[in-house]
Structures are given as C-alpha cells and as structure tokens.
Design a protein around this ligand. Structure first.
Ligand code: HEC
Length: 128
C-alpha cells in the first residue's frame, strides 16, 4: 500500500527531467546543425568576386567570347551537360580545350563558390 503511494508521484518526476534533457539535446543538435550549414554551403557573393577576377574575360555576362555557343546560360549548360555544380567544378578545375584549368590557381572552395555563382546567375538569366 505504502509502496504504491510512493511510486506514483515519483514516476512523473523521473520522466520530466529526462524529457527536458532530451528536448535540450534535440535543441542543441538543431542549433549546431543550423550553425554549421553556412560553413558547408558555397558562398555565392565570393563566387561573384572569383568570377570577375578569373572568368569574366571570356564569360562576361554569361557569354563565351571564345566559343560562342558554349555560354553559361541555362539552355547551353543543360545542352552540354554542364548544369550542375559537379560538372562546372570539374571543368573549372581541369579546363577543357580553349578554357584554361584553374585547379592550381583557385582553391576547392573558390571553385565551389564560383560554380554556385554561375548556377545562380544561369537560373536568374544573367540579369545581374
Ligand atoms: C580563356 C577564356 C576562358 C576563361 C578565362 C574561362 N573560360 Fe570557361 N569556357 C571557355 C571555353 C573556350 C569554353 C568551351 C570549352 C569547350 O567545351 O570546348 C568554356 C566553357 C565553360 C563552361 C561550360 C559552358 C557550356 O555551355 O558548356 C563553364 C561552366 C565555364 N566555362 C565556366 C568558367 C568559369 C567558372 C571560369 C572562371 C573560373 C571560366 N569558365 C574561365 C573559355 C574560358
């Protein structure tokens, strides 16, 4: 009889701190996850700087002064299988025909940033 009386009020008391701990843990995980995202996401603003310093000479406004059909516009990128961050990063790193390789000159993160910038501009129609 006395056992029942003690057990009942204790149970919810034991549950509450555990639930609190769990929700704090979940919150902490959420905060950490959100805080870490910008570190992984490509920086489009930096990509714009990389682009004007390294790419604009040939690709001003998303065009191509060397090979007129190989523009950085969405249609052309899709047509030539270049409408993805992977494909662009790969070509920027290794070059292709008259396009020089930037692997030795730009870091991986600069290449990721400039690829993100190209895709962003392509989606916006290079309107600026
Ligand atoms: C010296 C001129 C030159 C420079 C500088 C240059 N490119 Fe290119 N780019 C080209 C040429 C030429 C091609 C076409 C290559 C081919 O397919 O033969 C091309 C193609 C591309 C393509 C594929 C376009 C398509 O429609 O298939 C992308 C994306 C691209 N360049 C991005 C960049 C980026 C980003 C930079 C700067 C880091 C850059 N390029 C710098 C000349 C250049």
């Amino acid at each position: 009889m006395s056992r029942c009386q003690y057990t009942l009020p204790i149970l919810p008391m034991e549950e509450t701190p555990l639930k609190k701990l769990l929700s704090i843990l979940m919150l902490a995980i959420t905060v950490v996850t959100f805080a870490m995202q910008p570190a992984f996401a490509a920086d489009i603003a930096n990509g714009a700087k990389v682009f004007s310093a390294n790419c604009a000479a040939c690709h001003m406004g998303g065009n191509n002064v060397v090979m007129a059909n190989k523009t950085l516009k969405k249609d052309a990128l899709e047509q030539f299988g270049m409408y993805s961050a992977d494909a662009i990063q790969n070509q920027v790193k290794n070059g292709k025909n008259a396009m020089p390789a930037f692997g030795g000159r730009l870091s991986d993160s600069e290449i990721a940033d400039v690829a993100a910038y190209v895709l962003d501009q392509a989606a916006k129609g290079w309107a600026g």
